[in-house]
Design a protein around this ligand. Sequence first.
Ligand SMILES: [Ca+2]
Length: 552
Amino acid sequence: MNQMRKAKRSIKHLLLGIPFFSFALVATSTLAANNEEITACKLLRFGDFSQLEQGNAAMSITNAEYVPSQTLDADTELWTYKYSRLLGAPIPKGTNSLPEHCLVEGYAAPTIRFQLRLPMDQVWNQRFLLNACMGFCGEVSNYPTMAGVMRNYATMSHDGGHTAAGFDGLWAKNNVPLREDFAYRANHVVAVAAKAVIERFYSKQLKYSFISGCSKGGHAGIMAAKRYPNDFDGVIARGPTINYTKVNLVNCMDNAKAILDENDNALLDASYTDFISQAVMQACDHKDGLVDGLISDPRRCDFDPQTLLCSHNTTGKCLTPRQVNAIKEIYAPSYDQQGNIIYGGLPYGSEPEWTGWLFPEAPFIKPYHYYAATEYLKYLAFPRERYNQGNWRDFSYNNEVGELSPILSFMDADHPDLTGFKNSGGKMIVLHGWSDAAIPAYATIDWYESVINYMGKDNTYDFARLFLPPGLVHCGIEGPGAETFDAIAALVHWLDTGIAPDALMTQKEDPQGNILFTRPVYPYPQEAQYIGTGDPKKAENFRPIVPNFKNN
Ligand SMILES: [Ca+2]
């Protein structure tokens, strides 16, 4: 069968053939583990894993226990539901039954804490899923591992090698080894550790390993593909912070400078979010041919914040000249000294997520962009702490980029040569929501284009596909777009058959789990366009087009 016929079959397969959820994947077995399996789980506690990779990936297990099947409380059920979407391995709404499994906890040397949930032998799908931590990492989360075990994956989460909460960078102060664990090493050594435990626990062989995460957790998959091309068969990278130093010191820094006045008070608060969002939607929603509350490609939008300026006869909400300028700066790219774009501005359509990232959620909280920029600057950007007493606004990326090279060399994942990963048979799905207000999708498009330039278009499409879902926010599920998509099933299909995903089915669910609409997302550079007839809430009424846009 030639490639074209294969591609056609695969689109049809994705759009019409298979049900969106393969419920068979979700553990429904009520079989209780036998005593032998329970004992095998507990004995993992006493395993000697000190010589993994000649000691480089040495691991100690501090707890190994059999967890009987149980019903989750409502809060845990909700967070597990959310995390399953963040992983690209969704579970149906209302799944509150955690299957029996073996829980293993411990740390990889020196200080990387992890947890690994192992489905019982009869239901294990012979796959390992590592959830790479996001933000500045710093905690071990139960939710991704619970979500993964519900899909019968042996699933691990970890803290990146340190303890922290939110955008707290103090752990990195004057400590380059901790930063190296955070940047690339942690995901490698915990994967080595997990594979050793899997080999000891199961009667069957491990078939596929996956790494999935959002933001810094998306960076992790691309970094792993670069540095450790044999660690993972499949990568899911959502909203990735690929050029991590620029993310913090250009993107977040410039957004923080735009929105905060000289006393670090925000020029706009969360009461402006809907106002600006509605104005942008009014100007641009229809430009993709469908008024649906989604902007399929913000490069088609020409919204002018000046239209929101207060005038003498304005009666409703409006913006002062200074506020208008702030909004213009937020949409505008950042430039280097030669006038080249070094970071795209936030896209039109990202406004629903501006509460929090730009407009403080409460008077005593600053925008998240501020914390990411200033904590990175203080504790991660330079080998020794700097700027602790100085004004963060004095920092200029263009002036100091030379001094940043030591951190850039190990922190950033934007090198375009992924030949090793491709040659090892690895496959990668990169997703970046157009409504992401933390990291603009433009940065990920620029990186993907750089990979294409370096490796060739067909060669790149063969192992790495980029999807840009409209309305998808940074790492949450609260945006206007569809956030339920089974990226991991697409990867498994790709690995099993060699047929790349020519479409990713997405669906939008209400809080009760009812499906509000379905929509295909086609790989970059294609866009899903409404065909003009039929129900626009149904995926079959969309087709792929290739828009002709200049990036940014
Ligand atoms: Ca639209």
